[in-house]
Each structure stands twice: as C-alpha cells, then as structure tokens.
Design a protein around this ligand. Structure first.
Ligand SMILES: Nc1ncnc2c1ncn2[C@@H]1O[C@H](COP(=O)(O)OP(=O)(O)OP(=O)(O)O)[C@@H](O)[C@H]1O
Length: 259
C-alpha cells in the first residue's frame, strides 16, 4: 500500500509503437517521488517513442501507464498539464519571446483565460530563473541564446509548470561536457531538493550512471530497470553494444573502445 502511494509513475507490460509496428514491448518500471531516471539504449530502440507515449502525445499499443495511481488516458488535458510537463528536442516555435516570457508559459495551466499572472505564478517564474542561472538573461530573446542556455530555459519552463512528473527527450544534445554535467546536476537538484520525479532519454550513459537514481535500459528484450550499480553488477551495460567494438568497464563505469 505504501509503495503505491509513493509511486508517481507505474508502468506495466507496456508496448509502444506506431499503428501495426511495435517498437518496444514488455516495459515495466515504477518511479517514486524525487527520483531522477535516465532511459538509455541504442539508436532507434524506442526511447523517444516511449517518452512521447508517456507524455500522452501518442497512444500506447498495450499495457498500463498509471500517473499518481490513475490511468494516463483518464486525465483531461487540463488536469494532465498540472501533473506532467514535457520537454521535447524540437526547438520551441516561440523563440521570439524573452527568457522570462517563455518560462512564464509554464504557468499557463494555472492562469485564467486572460493569462494574468498571480503573485504565486510570478514567484514560481523567479524561482525557476534562479535555479537555472537565468536571472541575468531574463530579458534576452530566446533566439539570442546558445544551445546550452536555451536548454536551461526549456527545463526552467518545465520547473515553472510545477508538475510532479517531468519528462525530457535528450536534454543535453549539442552541449559540451561541462554543460551536459551542468544540466544533469540541475535535474538532479530539481528531483532531490524539490521532490520532482524526472525521467529523461539520453545517450550519456556514463553520466547517467553517475547521477541517476534509476536507469531504464531499452534493449529490445527484457528492458532492465534499476539502480545503476545493480545494473552494472548484473552486467546489463556489457550487453548494450557489440563487444568487438566497445566494452564496458564495470570498475570505472565507462565504455572503452575494443582494440
Ligand atoms: N512517426 C513514426 N512513424 C513510424 N515509425 C516511427 C516514427 N517515429 C519513429 N519511428 C520508428 O520507431 C523506432 C524508434 O524510434 P525512436 O525515435 O523512438 O528511437 P530512439 O531510441 O529515440 O532513437 P535515437 O537514439 O536515434 O533518437 C525507429 O525504428 C523509428 O524509425
């Protein structure tokens, strides 16, 4: 009983894909409040498809997705926008807005039809600007930003939306190592300090191993899920890529090119 209450997201026997094409099946995992979870796997295995399915952008093929104990399909779009925010890889259409204006869009689920911001809305926007080191850039147009800065703005908008679950598709693409680590650490702080449940897809397996509480490996078979150390012990990362090309070193938690 206690386990169910703590679970924000419960996925059982989920199959995802398009019309008659199943991309991945037998996906099972639970995420509790305050957990940071990375979804990894080779190109084309279905990471983005999973994220879009969990975000309600495309229907599941089979199985169950429960958000805070209720089937995802039962949520109205207005209720869902208060529980779930999604950051996709596509560039936002609204790049002509300032940083502060784009982050303010995160408050839309709570504002009246005129979009009037209350004191609480404004406070949330300021907190998000601060958490993602954007206060000084607040009046800059989004099209003037670097990829790393824009990525921080998109995550800050999700934070301003103040949902229990945040989904992100490859939030560190195009970023250098420093800025990848910066985003990962900010996501970790958002999960641990603000008790948000965060699930993101990534190719940064080594960083995910170091910073995530849980990892889901989409592998086209059992789709193992667990604590990174546990997955290392069970040798799941060893099987991710063909060993004649890359090998996983369990001691350092990193991949080495096979000589
Ligand atoms: N709109 C679509 N209609 C049909 N098939 C699609 C569609 N979008 C993606 N696919 C297919 O679904 C499979 C999974 O794609 P997806 O983008 O989810 O993989 P991914 O793991 O995110 O890949 P990557 O790491 O390269 O971003 C691929 O075979 C892809 O060709």
């Amino acid at each position: 009983m206690e386990k169910t209450e703590k679970n924000i997201l419960s996925i059982s026997d989920l199959s995802i894909g398009y019309d008659s094409k199943t991309v991945a099946e037998r996906i099972n995992f639970d995420l509790e409040t305050g957990m940071l979870c990375g979804v990894v796997g080779i190109n084309g295995i279905g990471k983005s498809t999973l994220l879009r399915t969990l975000g309600g952008f495309q229907p599941k093929l089979d199985g169950n997705i429960r958000l805070k104990g209720q089937s995802l399909e039962k949520y109205t779009s207005s209720d869902l926008s208060k529980e779930l925010s999604v950051v996709l890889t596509e560039q936002p259409a609204s790049k002509n807005l300032t940083v502060q204006e784009l982050i303010a869009l995160g408050r839309q689920p709570y504002t009246n039809w005129l979009g009037t911001l209350t004191k609480e809305d404004k406070q949330q926007i300021q907190t998000s600007l601060k958490a993602f080191l954007l206060s000084e850039l607040r009046n800059n147009k989004c099209h003037e930003l670097s990829d790393g800065q824009l990525q921080r703005v998109l995550v800050a908008r999700a934070m301003a939306q103040d949902t229990s679950l945040i989904l992100l598709d490859e939030p560190t693409t195009h970023l250098d190592l420093y800025h990848k680590v910066q985003i990962f650490k900010m996501l970790q702080a958002l999960a641990h300090d603000k008790q948000k449940t965060i699930l993101f897809t990534t190719h940064e397996i080594e960083l995910a191993i170091q910073l995530c509480d849980r990892i889901l490996i989409l592998d086209g078979k059992g789709n193992p899920f667990g604590d990174p150390c546990q997955l290392i012990e069970q040798k799941h990362f060893d099987r991710l890529f063909p060993s004649e090309m890359v090998q996983f070193d369990a001691k350092t938690g990193s991949f080495k090119i096979s000589k």
